[in-house]
Design a protein around this ligand. Structure first.
Ligand code: F6P
Length: 357
């Protein structure tokens, strides 16, 4: 008999439910008896003892369901050791919830911030198994996170839609794509959507080069240009600023995001009409893609296997086409970024895609 807690933390993404279903089904199908406790709204549920007892029926029919049946929230790691507004010690409160219901382990689904807290709980002596979720694919220790491929599909579709209207009007279009501080999502959606220019956080751009690429297309007879801009894209000048200077600059900026700044500057320099589209949280929404359904189910099943063997302190990840267990201390606190010299960037350049560098 195993008492298992589950929680989803941080920004949601597709296939969270599919992954939890994978964990639970694999354990139940092994014949092991389980008691399941779902903590609500991420670490908040664990801190304040908010949970719901679940049974296998809660995990049927959710393979295709987006979001998370448990709810989620962001509880920043940097404040986790600070008492809450009523003076509650959050770390002790989480341990208390865990021990009060005599959990054998806690399954945590999350991204970067979530993994820092998961590792802290492991250091505090709790049995933890984690699963890698995020549309950003920026989690260390795994080549792929679930949610990523679904978001690539949605962002690509957004670019596909923009293509036809951009062509009709002969406009420059910017599509701003999520990904936080890394470029996996904008790069893949940009390439899949046939973007002409892709601006990424890992390759600071020079606006003159961006304009040069637009002009070259015009000279060749193209009526429109599609620019996929990562929400974390940065200019060469801004890349020279310190973290603090950049933060101050962004706080004072009149633009809602980097895409609007780029659009305004292109118009001012060229007189060219530019439109901005921001698909935003659509990229995290809806049903998981078939890839993510399979991928998250596989990760979930492997997490179930670890739990049955009593192997704790790991994230179940994906390396070199294999599902692997990665020690939490290796994952926590590191960011996986795109390598600007990666083959995919070179190949994109061979296709004529400009990175504005
Ligand atoms: O980490 C996932 C993500 O969607 C990022 O791509 C984006 O920067 C961020 O979350 C948005 O966060 P929020 O949902 O808190 O606005």
């Amino acid at each position: 008999m195993k008492r298992i807690g589950l929680l989803t933390s941080g920004g949601d993404c597709q296939a969270l439910n599919a992954a939890m279903r994978g964990v639970v089904k694999s354990i139940v199908n092994s014949g092991e008896q389980v008691e399941l406790y779902g903590f609500l709204d991420g670490y908040k549920g664990l801190i304040y003892g908010n949970y719901r007892m679940l049974d296998i029926s809660d995990f049927t029919g959710i393979l295709t369901r987006g979001g998370t049946i448990l709810g989620t929230s962001r509880v920043p790691f940097k404040t986790i050791r600070e008492p809450d507004e009523k003076g509650l010690n959050k770390v002790e409160a989480m341990k208390h919830s865990y021990y009060k219901i005599k959990l054998d382990c806690l399954v945590i689904l999350g991204g970067n911030g979530t993994h820092k807290t998961a590792n802290l709980l492991r250091e505090e002596g709790l049995n933890i198994v984690t699963l890698p979720k995020t549309i950003d694919n920026d989690l260390w220790g795994t080549d792929m996170t679930f949610g990523f491929q679904s978001a690539v599909d949605i962002a690509t579709q957004a670019i596909d839609y923009i293509h036809t209207t951009a062509d009709s009007h002969g406009r420059v279009f910017i599509i701003e794509i999520m990904g936080h501080k890394v470029g996996f999502l904008p790069l893949n959606a940009g390439m899949a959507g046939g973007a002409d220019i892709i601006l990424l956080p890992e390759i600071p751009y020079d606006l003159d080069k961006v304009i040069e690429a637009i002009n070259i297309r015009k000279e060749r007879g193209a009526r429109f240009t599609i620019i996929a801009v990562a929400e974390g894209a940065i200019s060469k000048e801004d890349a020279k600023l310190s973290k603090k200077e950049l933060k101050e600059k962004i706080a004072k900026s009149k633009y809602p995001s980097v895409s609007y700044e780029i659009a305004d500057k292109i118009t001012k320099k060229t007189g060219q009409e530019v439109r901005v589209t921001v698909p935003g949280h659509m990229q995290r929404g809806g049903s998981p893609s078939p890839y993510d359904r399979v991928f998250a189910s596989r990760l979930g099943a492997e997490a179930g296997k670890l739990i049955l063997k009593g192997e704790y302190g790991y994230m179940v990840g994906y390396k070199n086409r294999e599902i692997v267990k990665v020690p939490l201390e290796e994952v926590a606190g590191k960011l996986k970024m795109l390598d600007p010299d990666a083959a995919i960037i070179k190949e994109a350049k061979m296709l004529g895609i400009s990175f504005g560098d």
